[in-house]
Design a protein around this ligand. Structure first.
Ligand code: FES
Length: 329
């Protein structure tokens, strides 16, 4: 956050025009160009990297309709047990401040050609799905949205959602803190329709419930985004085949770089003078995605589809299970 714009070709300095209380612990932030200029376009599901004080960068999904070119609206849940980004943002960002943000990036796009779409939001995972609901509404595509929270006070954007709720497109599900009293996701997803796609985003337990319930849906019809890296079980850690250290070879130069147990591929490359852009450093955003030409990979990310994993890895979290990994750099 700053009060003075800092020009940078890759980022935008945007004015915080409005901060709104949206629900318990949730603020929305409306970011605009100081002179009212149109912002770079985005599509539903896109996120921004928000640059915080101290070099901290966090990703937040854009929640408003992509037809709106004059603003990005993000919503941030203050997470007392998180890594500190949401707390810092709540405490530091005020109306009238400038904030440095990346251009929008999208790893969670609506697939073209769907006949019907089911959107399921858990908690603050509602932000990308709200943008999707706007885009589907504008495109005249049949959809239904389910928004799961603890209670009405924890639900963000109630005013904006009112027309969707009144039309029957949106249903709220309040579980009082016990998921078994909330939406029955298994029932909801038991029979995928022809041309139907499902999108979901929310906390860990919710993501697992959706993944289990959609396990029988046809390939390519289930789409999701984690906003936090899922915790890995002891069994998953035990099944980890990645080597403690391995060699990365740069295909264009033949340079070989050792990656030790303590560092990521991205870190090792940076130390060897091969900079690689990173953002979330948690396998969530795709900024460090790179093609590999040889070698075996343990992926560890939350964004690459199975088809992409045969060709790409994320340098912030992927490890090698073969002694040499050749990167297309
Ligand atoms: S930096 Fe975000 S996936 Fe690697």
């Amino acid at each position: 956050m700053s009060t003075q714009p800092i020009p940078d070709a890759d980022t935008l300095n945007l004015l915080v025009r409005q901060v709104r209380y949206e629900g318990r612990g949730i603020n929305s932030y409306e970011l605009v160009d100081e002179n009212g200029a149109a912002l770079p376009p985005f599509t539903a599901g896109a996120h921004l990297d928000i640059h915080l004080a101290g070099g901290v960068i966090r990703q937040y999904s854009i929640s408003n309709a992509s037809r709106e070119r004059h603003r990005y609206v993000i919503a941030v849940l203050r997470d007392e047990r998180g890594r500190g980004g949401s707390k810092a943002l709540h405490e530091q960002l005020r109306v009238g401040d400038f904030v440095r943000v990346s251009r929008p990036r999208n790893n969670f796009k609506l697939v073209e050609g769907a006949r019907r779409v089911v959107l399921i939001a858990g908690g603050i995972g509602v932000t990308p799905l709200k943008a999707m609901a706007h885009e589907l509404e504008d495109a005249g595509i049949d959809y239904e949205m389910h928004y799961c929270t603890r209670d009405a006070k924890c639900a963000a954007f109630s005013d904006e959602f009112e027309s969707m709720r009144a039309s029957g497109r949106l249903q709220f599900h309040f579980d009082g803190g016990d998921p078994s009293d909330g939406l029955n996701i298994r029932d909801l997803l038991h029979a995928p329709g022809d041309g139907e796609h499902v999108y979901y985003c929310g906390p860990g337990g919710f993501m697992k419930a959706c993944a289990d319930a959609a396990g029988h849906w046809p390939a390519g019809t289930v789409h999701f985004e984690h906003f936090k890296a899922p915790e890995r079980s002891v069994d998953e850690h035990a099944a980890n085949d990645a080597l403690d250290s391995f060699i990365v070879r740069i295909a264009s130069t033949g340079q070989e770089i050792e990656v030790s147990k303590e560092e990521s591929i991205a870190d090792a490359l940076a130390s060897a003078g091969v900079p690689m852009e990173t953002s979330c450093c948690a396998g969530l955003c795709g900024t460090c995605k790179v093609r590999y030409l040889e070698g075996e990979v343990e992926h560890n990310d939350c964004i690459l589809g199975d088809d992409e994993k045969a060709e790409y890895l994320t340098a912030c979290v992927s490890r090698a299970t073969s002694k040499i990994l050749v990167l297309d750099l």
